[in-house]
Design a binder for this molecule. Sequence first.
Ligand code: ADP
Ligand code: ASP
Ligand code: MG
Length: 407
Amino acid sequence: MAFLVKKYGGTSVGTVERIQHVAQSIKLAREAGDDIVVVVSAMSGETNRLVAMAREVMPAVVDVRELDVLLSTGEQVTIALLSMALKEIGIDARSYTGAQVKMLTDSSHSKARILNIDTDPIMNDINAGRVVVVAGFQGVDEQGDITTLGRGGSDTSAVALAAALKCDECQIFTDVDGVYTTDPRVESRARRLDRITFEEMLEMASLGSKVLQIRAVEFAGKYNVPLRVLSSFKPGEGTLITYDDEENTMEQALVSGIAFNRDEAQITVTGVADQPGTAYAILGPISELNVEVDMIIQNIGADDTTDFTFTVHRDEYQRVIDFLNANNDKLGAKAISGDDRMAKLSIVGVGMRSHAGIASRMFRSLAEAGINMRLISTSEIKISVVIDEKYLELGVRALHEEFELAE
Ligand code: ADP
Ligand code: ASP
Ligand code: MG
């Protein structure tokens, strides 16, 4: 007998038949004596469909408050259908929107942060023997406005509920049967990991592995919520995300996984003055535009000048280039150039801490594949390189081979 949060993603609830299948799985767990809070996403494709409609109505500046009202409807459909499907097979259930469970967030529409959850109504239902079905991805702010938590945010709703309710485990059911050494859609020889540390999972998620939302991993690590990724189609143990322990350290691989992100753009500002304040003069206004800058590299150029390269999300590329060109009278750059067809490829592993030579193996392997690295950045447990997007698949497979990650 356990107290569990079970979260089902879009594909797992993508049709009425799949919702009925989820209901059957929940029934089995109930019969085994588990208490269950279910968190569901919108049916697959639904959030994208709603975003596209909003863009049709408001192509230029999207009204974020209204967008959140619209997007939250996707999950509302699923909670009602799943509760009905459960009742239909004799399981007492009750659905709740984010506002109904008082999933209190800040007011940053479309990327709100959870501040507090009122657990009383949920516990009353659980104590009465009901399954509680909560809409993922959504909350409510102090003013009573509906907020959403960012794409993939139902993972975070699930972990936050598991933390607040002190559940035994938070189970994320999806269309793969765990966390793999890399995205199995790109490398079919990718291997499922039995365990991965919070630290590694956080790096993987931050570097582009969208199997779990970054904030969900952060939250689970912070509140020590045991987190497991499982398939909603195929039975199995899945992958447990856990704190590092002695036993695991012994058998640690050097590299646990390969993450990648296709949405990168690189911008280079050439020939700016090499003096205090230059980086701030370029990046300060960009952050005021609300654009996130990722990698930053500064090179010493000729004649007391410097070249400055950084990466941004591909969708922001044109806006940043236009902005820099418009302000170049102040910056005094000789040239502003860039490329919006870049990708970031990273290797992640806590084993890197204690082993030298991993970077040179990575660079050799990419060189042998004929792939040019434009930017490199390292931290204790990861190495990232920026390459041309067209070589991404090739690079993923080369590194998967080099670090012997296949079955
Ligand atoms: P859901 O709709 O259930 O939230 P997502 O599409 O958000 O599912 O996440 C599951 C997908 O994540 C998988 O189909 C897979 O293609 C992708 N993915 C990326 N990296 C990995 C990885 N390292 N391990 C497993 N899946 C990964
Ligand atoms: N429905 C939302 C999305 O597509 C949230 C989620 O699925 O986690 O991003
Ligand atoms: Mg997801």
